[in-house]
Design a protein around this ligand. Structure first.
Ligand SMILES: *Cc1c(COP(=O)(O)O)cnc(C)c1O
Length: 366
């Protein structure tokens, strides 16, 4: 018995013929940078997100970084970020030379809210980066209202939320810019690195397009100092194929999440809380348990893959030593990092395997 945390190979196997054909199509096209396959992806993905523009990029970190760069974030600026997130959110800020100002999340939903953001706003604050963590949307409206009042920009890091909905509207254009990653394990995953932004602002879209391609406005015309962050057309072709299946795959995740929530209701695990306005896509199914470390070993010994998102929060990472944060500075995030466990979930987890995980969790005595 072996139940993987996520089986990305199974996604390939389900679509092998289509994916192989799409790769061959690119190889036979003679266009190996940008080109029609990437343009088609941009059209498809902006339609999927209900946004006016999509710019395909090299990866998710670049998507957040170029979003911040496009709104002029620079050295000396402060950018509000969640304390509990994947470190990429912070690194996008520091890559601009700006200072990340962390906000502890609400324990229930793991996401940050307008009240705690407001307390962190200073004269130097220029922007807020929201993260729809684990696939569950942030309560965006109050944050957009706060940002309007205080003249701040809002960027969404939606790397875990492809297809999620906030008050019935797809994540993709609520704020100034939405940044996406298509890292292989995401709900929409490529077979290598890639990312994108979506936005309704045509000026920001063209600025990001230029920044991601050496700051060019046309061939050998460079209007700003940019970087090289272009989506590989092979990845675009794979994503075009997989995008057609994303909704069905998200629905399988939703069904599994419902089964977990029902099957685990009588255990000592704390289960995910979903506000009524949220339609999450369950990138991760995250529980909390006070004996988390023992529980993880118990599951792994039984052949069940599980994971921790995230074991060491960014403020306690060596990379951010220079910010001089200490244990105790973000108590909610720190207790989350000690108690959370991500259970196996993905479009190819069978209900039999899931039942086995549920049985194990029921028999676990901390
Ligand atoms: C995956 C992820 C990223 C970065 O994506 P890459 O494509 O690996 O650069 C950024 N933010 C969050 C929240 C993520 O989960």
């Amino acid at each position: 018995m072996n139940i993987p945390f996520l089986d990305v190979l199974a996604s390939y196997n389900e679509l092998k013929n289509e994916i192989d054909a799409s790769i061959s199509r690119v190889l036979g096209s003679g266009t190996y940078i940008l080109g029609p396959e990437v343009e088609i992806f941009e059209e498809n993905y902006s339609r999927f997100c209900n946004s006016n523009h999509c710019v395909a990029l090299g990866n998710g970190l670049d998507a957040v970084y170029l979003s911040l760069a496009s709104i002029g974030i620079k050295a000396g600026d402060e950018v509000i970020v969640p304390a509990n997130t994947f470190i990429a959110t912070w690194m996008a800020v520091t890559r601009c030379g700006a200072v990340p100002v962390p906000v502890d999340p609400i324990l229930d939903t793991y996401n940050i809210d307008s009240k705690s953001i407001e307390k962190c706003i200073t004269k130097k604050t220029k922007a807020i980066v929201l993260v729809h963590l684990y696939g569950q949307p942030v309560d965006i409206d109050p944050i957009l209202e706060l940002a309007r009042e205080r003249n701040l920009r809002v960027i969404e890091d939606a790397a875990q939320a492809h297809g999620a909905k906030y008050k019935d509207a797809s994540i993709g254009a609520h704020s100034d810019i939405v940044a996406w990653s298509f890292y292989p394990s995401k709900n929409l995953g490529a077979m290598g690195d890639s990312g994108a932004i979506t936005t309704n602002d045509s000026d920001l879209a063209s600025r990001i397009r230029s920044l991601g391609n050496y700051g060019s406005s046309g061939k050998y015309e460079h209007v700003i100092q940019g970087v090289n962050s272009r989506m590989d057309p092979v990845q675009a072709a794979i994503l075009n194929t997989k995008l057609e299946h994303l909704e069905a795959w998200n629905n399988r995740r939703k069904a599994l999440a419902k089964r977990y929530s029902e099957g685990l209701s009588n255990t000592d695990c704390i289960l995910p809380v979903v506000p009524e306005w949220a339609d999450p896509v369950w990138h991760l199914y995250v529980i909390r348990n006070k004996n988390r470390d023992k529980l993880k070993i118990y599951l792994e010994d039984a052949g069940v893959g599980c994971s921790i998102h995230y074991p060491v929060p960014p403020h306690l990472q060596k990379a951010y030593e220079n910010l001089s944060y200490r244990q105790g500075d973000f108590p909610v995030t720190e207790s989350i990092s000690q108690q959370v466990l991500s259970l196996p979930i993905g479009p190819h987890l069978s209900t039999d395997d899931q039942d086995r995980v549920i049985d194990l969790l029921q028999s676990f005595v901390g």
